[in-house]
Design a protein around this ligand. Sequence first.
Ligand code: SF4
Length: 366
Amino acid sequence: MRAGVNCRWMETKKAAGTFFTKQLMHWHSAHNNRSLPWKEEKEPYKIWLSEIILQQTRAAQGLPYYLRFTEAYPTVQHLAAANDEDAFRLWQGLGYYNRCKNMLATARIITGDLNGCFPVTYEGLLALKGIGPYTAAAIASFAYGLPQAVVDGNVYRVLARYFGIDTPFDTTEGKKEFATLAQQLLDVNDSAGYNQAIMDLGATVCTPALPKCSECPLQAQCTAFRQGTVQLLPVRSKKQAVRNRYFHYLLLVDGDAVWIRKRDGKDIWQNLHEPFLIEHDAPMDVKMLAKHNSFGGLGVRKEPVFEGMLKQKLTHQLIETRFFTLPVKLAVNKHLEGGNWVKFSDLKKLAFPKTIVSFLEKKLYF
Ligand code: SF4
């Protein structure tokens, strides 16, 4: 690009940026009536809680969880003192359980090492476990008014469409480009208002499917609207393959006791509970299951009874879960490794993944 042309292009981009921020802030003060309990919140603890709950979660789905958590744990000190099992049970059904684990760890660091106070700088917030650039920017701007722009899925979408950016947002280059642009567009005199405005516009007007361009305050200068590329933006580098997994849960039962273990390791559903699991690379019926190596160690000759199947789609995994019951002798399996015998009446005290809760409820074990 020649120097003169380059200069003119930069000017155009700058003007588009000025229009963007001005229109967005006007829309926010005059037309944005999206109401959520954490809006206008200034307490870092509650902002943090809402942002962690809302990661990978729609606002409507996260709302009851936010209300339950703030009621059970009104301050970071209450959360730090929480019983892990109780907190996981409150989180039950929200998925991505690592968020809950990190939240408890961070609450304890803040209470134990930081006098119960959240750091007051962006960098200090970023240093905490489970707090990434987005959450740190949200707390820094909403609680302290610091000039830090948030960049989340809504922001990628609005900026990609308005400026016609086709750099994939999930690459190092894309992340840098969008973060730099977001920071340039920020209204430094009202960072909280600006951040709220762009996220609300993305959630209510510039939505992923069927955006309401006719109601959009940015339409007059929106590149994607002008060029008819709204549905093509933003661009993701590649689709991650979905992994199919086949879980076979055996409810090992003796009288009123059932064998339950706590999940550990780096896999999904960390810290949640489950019955005896046999995972296989394909679905198994009762006959195949009875011949499986893991089944052999249970000292049972009978075939299990098939109780039902449930599917759950996670971000990159499709879990097909089959449930079976199998009467066993507690005495024979007393020391079955990794778990405990739990009374059916005590199951409700434990946190389980959503699929297992659905099954236990359906079979009236809960
Ligand atoms: S005009 Fe349409 S595509 Fe452009 S920012 Fe507004 S809602 Fe999004």
